[in-house]
Write a protein that binds this ligand. Sequence first.
Ligand SMILES: [Zn+2]
Length: 377
Amino acid sequence: MFDLILRNACLVDETVIDIALKDGKIAALGEVTGEAKEERQLNGEYYVSAGWIDSHVHCYQKSPIYHDEPDSIGINTGVTTVVDAGSTGADDIDEFYEITRKARTDVYALLNISRVGLIAQNELSDMANIDKAAVSGAIKRHPGFIVGIKARMSSSVVGANGIKPLESAKEIQRENGELPLMVHIGNNPPDLDEIADLLTSGDIITHCYNGKPNRILTPGGELRASISNAIARGVRLDVGHGSASFSFDVAKVAISQGILPHTISSDIYCRNRINGPVHSLGAVMSKFLSIGMSMPQVIDCVTEQAADGLRLANKGRLSVGLDGDLTIFALRQQPTVFTDSELQTLTGEQLLVALAAVRAGKWFTTEQGKEEHAFDL
Ligand SMILES: [Zn+2]
């Protein structure tokens, strides 16, 4: 007896299958015989993918500047896993961990290399905040929760310290099992070339399509040599849309040259969720449908690629034995005006709408799904 069977789910490659879940895991795929405590008939009308993973969010409720509720940005919008990108450092990670245990969304953390986390905008302006022993202690206390480290490398954050905090981040990475390192880029100094040259395989550049002087394109619209070299070394690009870090112009030029993101993430927190321009991960994903990416490519960026980038081995794929996390969504042909972080707009023709999610084998109808009465059965 399974716990839940989704009947006639349409995958992104348009094949239609049944998906069975048991004990929080994916238990069977294909034509599933047998019974379940609960069945949902999707009639081939709704798409199902592995649960969406947002690789860059902010959901430490006690952060004075960037905060939100995990479920408001997660399961309520069809996102089964969120990764908080550096809201907390060693000082607050224990409390953050405790809070996230109550969430229905699966929450992970990238630990800020600054022990004070995001209590202000300039957490790396005092090198004394980078306390290696405190970082190692936190990583040892939360091995399943801290999946990597975060360093915000823009002028307002590092103050007069330039590239030095990134050198420390690389040392911390080497001393702590080569965890993934996510580096935020923004206003210079430090210059993007200097940042990119320090990064190695598996490191993640977030805000990759920002429109600031530290953008990945030269003034002539070519990809910077430092970035193409970094990508060739295995450095990954993450969107991290946010309030100030996503430019349609940069993304369109980059994508037209084949510079696709590895992961699409939102950098969401309460203000840019409620007031825009982020709104939800689904909304950010939809923007990429209107600037040259296909639906399967977009889904890949929040499933397989996201799981691989942050080494979430039990997520991101529809395979028997992996976590029972699914996102049920529709692709609507619906003209929609999208806004980037530079307040530029464009009209897209397609919209991804998350209608439900399954997290650890349990069904949740999203706010949008409830509004549309999509799953009243
Ligand atoms: Zn962020």
